[in-house]
Design a protein around this ligand. Structure first.
Ligand code: TNX
Length: 531
């Protein structure tokens, strides 16, 4: 008889994703020997995910068998079995909405049973299982005995990734999808266009991705993008691509100066597409159509943030146009919160609340650093932030669901206020994260609840879901992304997945148990905070 592994991660069960076990002791039982597990009943996607994850995270071999499997999956159970868990709420982002992710995971000696209301629920249950496994030196496979009945709090659980300010290869974005799947995120919002670049090939506007002088490529071809979308779908992650309009469009103007039409830019650094320019409106229509063609999901993001320098009426007219063009593609719109000012989003769309604290915009500080002719633009930006507290309430009045993404907590490009456990990371800690933001600790990021944010920022809102975002201004490579995402991302997952009010001490212990997973998935440069 073998004994359980020395490091007893089950003393405090990793709660990053699974619900607590019904059996509160949850002592480890042996569920496999010889470094292998057998599996039956899973669909090919779930089986593939479980097999790859068990191998990468634990060095385990999973074999598909027909009979006497160690792990048995029943993906078509009656949803009534999971009635103890309320159905998820929010907006469903999937190409085909309505999947029920609820499931039960029963772990007993030599036998594990997964019962789920559908393929996606089975996928989530196997994800919990892979997190809970440990392997001892003799190849004995262990998991906590007991039953978990679980399901998500919100239907929309996303991460926004900026692939413009720093471009990531297809392989790197796939790695991000794998990490997201481990934490049961189901939407990857890709910020594909901005002033610094355009990251998706356009057939109608090919100059957007013309070759760079240094010969490097910083965009995805349509085929690559389709492959990425398929890889994400394979992991039950839906891609929501963003074309950011009418501000943040410097790259479009660099490629096609004629987009200005007859209207000169008010300042070389404040360029935006203008509703009186036919060229600009046609461009917006074209790129939205092209993005829609490549998107099986129901949503496209039309941007709309920080239209700096733009007069209110012009902004409103532009958003009216682009919203109409977007909806004509058959998709629904997600817009940054400023788009609420146009009053065109409706109950089919989603408003993304992001400006946590408008007073973080330091107009005077910025003016001190820029030439005087730019001051008027800064003042208009300050005005945009000043009126931002009215955005989400306006959306609520119009029946628009609100995606909760406050930059104060969920922008992971915020520096860490924690000290480093590893002095070698001090340089990264100082370098990474937008300097304009107040640094916060990992615990601060976790001390938060989506409903509290919705209640204060958008009383009465229908919460569409939760989104974390990571922007690339300070990044130089994938290791920088790993540093900013981890250990914070699982905390966001916890809030998006579970209704329980979870506390920091337990979460912190869970994170410690997950560090080896991050290493195994290629996120070795995760931040190591001192205790
Ligand atoms: C605000 S979030 C932006 C981005 C920046 C980010 C930095 C949003 C809608 N706009 O353009 O990259 O802050 O955190």
């Amino acid at each position: 008889m073998q004994t359980p592994p020395e490091t007893d991660v089950h003393a405090e069960l990793p709660r990053v994703v699974p619900a607590p076990f019904r059996d509160r002791t949850a002592e480890p039982v042996r569920v496999g020997v010889g470094g292998r597990l057998t599996l039956a009943g899973a669909d090919p996607e779930a089986a593939d995910w479980f097999t790859r994850s068990a191998d990468r995270l634990h060095g385990l071999r999973v074999e598909a068998v027909r009979e006497n499997a160690g792990v048995r999956v029943f993906p078509a159970a009656d949803p009534a079995e999971f009635a103890a868990v309320a159905p998820a709420t929010g907006v469903d982002p999937r190409p085909v909405p309505g999947a029920d992710e609820r499931h039960a995971l029963e772990i007993a000696e030599d036998r594990i049973v997964v019962r789920a209301a559908g393929a996606e629920g089975a996928f989530r249950a196997l994800t919990s299982l892979v997190q809970l496994l440990t392997v001892d030196a003799a190849g004995g496979v262990w998991a906590p005995r007991g039953t978990v009945v679980d399901g998500p709090r919100y239907t929309w659980r996303s991460l926004s990734l900026d692939v413009v300010r720093h471009w990531f290869t297809v392989q790197e974005v796939r790695r991000v999808v794998d990490l997201m799947a481990l934490y049961k995120f189901n939407v990857l919002h890709l910020h594909l266009t901005d002033s610094q670049g355009w990251s998706l090939e356009s057939r109608r506007w090919p100059e957007l991705t013309r070759p760079r002088p240094d010969g490097t490529r910083r965009y995805y071809t349509r085929e690559e993008f389709a492959g990425l979308v398929a890889h994400a779908a394979h992991h039950h992650v839906t891609v929501v691509p963003e074309v950011d309009l009418p501000g943040h469009t410097g790259a479009a103007f660099d490629a096609y100066p004629e987009l200005h039409g007859d209207i000169p830019p008010i300042h070389p650094r404040a360029r935006f597409l203008h509703p009186d320019s036919e060229a600009a409106l046609g461009f917006a229509r074209d790129v939205l159509e092209e993005f829609a063609e490549l998107t099986p999901g129901r949503f496209l993001h039309l941007g709309g943030d920080e239209p700096f320098g733009m007069l209110h009426d012009d902004y409103v007219r532009f958003v009216e146009h682009t919203h109409r063009s977007l909806r004509a593609t058959g998709k629904r719109a997600v817009g940054w919160q400023e788009t609420a000012r146009a009053g065109v989003l409706d109950g089919e769309d989603v408003l993304q609340y992001w400006i946590g604290a408008p007073d973080e915009f330091d107009a005077e500080g910025i003016k001190a650093q820029v030439p005087p002719e730019y001051h008027a633009v800064v003042d208009r930006a300050a005005e945009s932030f000043r009126i931002s507290p009215g955005d989400a309430p306006a959306a609520v009045r119009a029946g628009v669901p609100v995606l909760v993404a406050p930059n104060s907590r969920l922008y992971l490009d915020r520096s860490y206020a924690d000290a480093c456990a590893d002095p070698a990371q001090e340089n990264d800690r100082e370098r990474l994260g937008l300097p304009a933001y107040e640094p916060i600790t990992v615990a601060d990021t976790f001390a938060w609840d989506p409903d509290d944010t919705a209640e204060s920022a958008a009383p009465g809102a229908c919460v569409a879901g939760v989104e974390a975002a990571v922007w690339g201004e300070t990044m130089t490579g994938f290791d920088d992304l790993a540093f900013l995402l981890l250990p914070r991302l699982p905390g966001v997952a916890e809030k998006a997945w579970t209704r329980r009010r979870t506390e920091w001490a337990g979460h912190r212990r869970s994170l410690a148990a997950h560090r080896a997973f991050w290493d195994a998935l290629g996120f070795g440069n995760h931040f190591r905070p001192a205790d």
